[in-house]
Design a protein around this ligand. Sequence first.
Ligand SMILES: Cc1cc2nc3c(=O)[nH]c(=O)nc-3n(C[C@H](O)[C@H](O)[C@H](O)COP(=O)(O)OP(=O)(O)OC[C@H]3O[C@@H](n4cnc5c(N)ncnc54)[C@H](O)[C@@H]3O)c2cc1C
Length: 392
Amino acid sequence: MSGVVDVADVIVIGAGVQGASLAFHLACRGAKVVVVERSTVAAGATGRSSGLVRMHYDLPAEALLAWASFPWFREWPERVGGDCGFVRTGFLWIEPADMADRLRANVATQQGLGIETSFVEAGEIRRLAPVLAVGDGDVAAYEPYSGYADPAATAGGFLRAARDRGARLVQGAEVTAIRVAGGAVTGVETTRGAFAAPVVVDAAGAWAARVARLVELDIPVQVWRHDTAFLGAPPEVPVPFPVVIDNGNELYFRPEGSRLVLVGLEDANEIGGSPDRDTADAASGFADQVVDRIVRRVPGLANGTFRSAHSGQDGITPDQRPILGPAGPAGFFLDCGHSGTGFKTAPAVGLGMSELILDGAATSVDLVPFALERFAAGRLLEGEHGYRAIWR
Ligand SMILES: Cc1cc2nc3c(=O)[nH]c(=O)nc-3n(C[C@H](O)[C@H](O)[C@H](O)COP(=O)(O)OP(=O)(O)OC[C@H]3O[C@@H](n4cnc5c(N)ncnc54)[C@H](O)[C@@H]3O)c2cc1C
């Protein structure tokens, strides 16, 4: 390969939390890794992520990715080093009465997988989170050990630990071509030179479909745009309180430090458009929508203050689950389509992908359900007791 800057075992495209986790796990196994990043670490979805760490999914395979990741957040200093900002607050997934049977079934499945979760009714929700307005029919899944973490610190921490083990991070290097010879990848061309490797991983978040097209592969990953807001909490809303996903009201929220509340909405998330759009501002009208919605569940926030709002973009797939595994030419792998929920799963996905790449199969977690082939085969992933798709 002409003009090659470096030769590696694996090139990871993208230094978000997914690429960072994969680089860490590969480096722990002694593989030589180069991470190429068009901008800076956590410049994409990761830097905007709300950082919720919870296990409740209606798909057991996805709950297991979150559950296998959880020890990494809880034991970050011993496993990775430094601080990923994990804060245990407890987590409530609240549903209205008509979803109680589904919720109960999903909690039972998760308990069967070993996940620490329980089904709770209105009185217990009120006891766990007195700041919430709770209807008598409301039910919830409660995870006492869950909470939130700092996504940029998580990605940065994984990359620091990967570099300590020999990985190379090249920032400001946009991949413009992927070289293929004899049906197999041989490396990438970037704005900072060419890198050679027999394995190339697309961990490019909202840009993943554009990167896949460099090997003439079409993947069903679109850009998903999601706004979030920070509110100042008044004295009548003591912080912290549990992280909450409130499906009936189509919102989620969590404490941020000791004075702020971070809020996101499940609806009004634009799908499509360019991954290159600026994310500095939320959509017009978003602030009013957030305030209207959250005071239904946290009435005390009517006396709060609006601080700021911005947007973020991730790649989303038709079933809102990730695409993980080989695709296209030999040596090309996908770790993308995380659909607005791929922060909490990154530690285990990176470990599983490293096993898939180095050993030919993931053994610590099951990645088979997340193969690209499911879309062509019409096997979209759905939970047996599914809720409606979370993002609209
Ligand atoms: C606002 C928001 C809130 C969220 N909240 C949560 C949450 O609470 N919990 C949760 O689990 N998940 C959440 N998510 C989802 C989660 O943050 C993402 O799924 C996750 O961060 C994706 O990580 P990634 O590494 O795949 O992508 P990214 O972080 O987007 O990283 C991809 C990287 O690839 C780089 N790149 C792209 N093209 C190229 C190229 N050609 N060459 C080189 N580099 C390239 C980009 O610059 C970028 O840095 C949220 C997402 C958003 C946007």
